[in-house]
Design a protein around this ligand. Structure first.
Ligand code: AMP
Length: 332
């Protein structure tokens, strides 16, 4: 089902821990830069946050913090429909419907499932970890989304969404729009500064290799200055031979917009100390700015008003799509 109106862009973030520089450079920045060109939706993926048990009080705070952080990062609630996923009940039913379009083999092959199910607790693997991709598909399909800006780790899930939409359309008639993924050419996979073969992850908790958008700026500088590098002293982009330096080059390029080639050229003959200082200056400038704005947006009443209005607007579109799917399935 192709919509002939303005193109739609949607993205979401789980409120699990504070947002990281990776979340900003991989997803939020790309959304903010394009929010005027699309009919835009951004949501806090709170249902995805409970795929593993969470402390309710801590989750409530995390949801508000996440929204305030979106606003501080430049999401404009006049342009963009901002909402909490669980406020739009259609996500639950559509998630159920999409789960039934999915094969066990498809979910078992998801890289995120394979990675995250390696560290299981004594009760084994949470079902949520296995079945969250069809819920993510529902999140996307409910809004007739054309483009989903995400980091590289989520590409496979958006591709699954396309497959599920196509499968449903083939079985039951043209119902869903098949979305495209948008992966930023630079900054799509920011790596842990201490372990530059692993993704920088917000659920890792306090970590010398993870830059949180709420970190004290002195700590941010310290984390960058002590980032793992290599024994060469050449600033060159080579992800397999020089993962630490390449990660820092990506961070600088994605933060400032300068190209990787220009950075390599500019730092020819310089040492790692000079280079790291410049990365730290750029990142501290970016994060300092976000933190100043964050204080302005922390008011719970203001946030609640934005989210309530956003959910009302989102619900209208979600209900229409769900209705279409129910009719196609013969449920109505
Ligand atoms: P999550 O942190 O899993 O809720 O992801 C929210 C969004 O941020 C998704 O689009 C991810 O692909 C993106 N993202 C998360 N971590 C990184 C990272 N280290 N580098 C680039 N993008 C990321």
């Amino acid at each position: 089902m192709k919509n002939n109106e303005q193109k739609v862009m949607l993205t979401g973030v789980r409120p699990s821990g504070n947002l990281t520089l990776g979340n900003y450079l991989g997803a939020i920045k790309n959304f903010v830069m394009r929010q005027n060109q699309y009919k835009s939706y951004i949501f806090v993926a709170d249902l995805h946050a409970i795929t593993s048990p969470r402390d309710p009080a801590e989750l409530k705070t995390a949801i508000n913090d996440c929204m305030a952080m979106y606003l501080a990062c430049g999401v404009d609630p006049e342009q963009t429909i901002m909402f909490r996923q669980s406020d739009v009940l259609e996500h639950g039913i559509m998630g159920f419907i999409m789960t039934f379009q999915t094969h066990m083999g498809e979910l078992s092959r998801m890289t995120q499932f394979k990675l995250k199910s390696q560290n299981v607790g004594k009760n084994g693997i949470d079902t949520g970890l296995f079945v969250y991709p069809p819920l993510m598909s529902a999140d996307i399909l409910l809004y007739n989304t054309d483009v989903v800006p995400v980091g590289l780790d989520q590409q496979q899930h958006v591709e699954l969404t396309r497959d599920l939409a196509g499968r449903f359309n083939k079985r039951y008639g043209d119902t869903f729009n098949e979305p495209d993924v948008y992966i930023a050419p630079v900054g799509n996979k920011i790596l842990n500064l201490q372990n530059p073969t692993e993704k920088m992850n917000k659920s890792d908790g306090p970590n010398p290799g993870t830059i949180f958008l709420m970190d004290d700026l002195k700590l941010v500088r310290k984390k960058i200055m002590s980032a793992v590098t290599d024994n060469e002293s050449v600033i060159r982009f080579d992800e397999s031979a020089k993962p630490g330096i390449s990660n820092l080059i990506s961070i600088l390029a994605a933060t400032t917009g300068e190209s990787i080639e220009a950075i390599e050229k500019r730092f020819a003959g310089h040492g790692y100390g000079d280079f790291k200082r410049e990365v730290a200056d750029a990142v501290c400038g970016l994060i300092g700015n976000i933190q100043t704005k964050y204080q302005r947006f922390k008011n719970p009443d203001v946030l609640d008003a934005i989210l309530t209005r956003g959910a009302e607007r989102a619900r209208i579109v979600a209900a229409e799509t769900l209705n279409r799917a129910r009719v196609a399935l013969g449920l109505k």
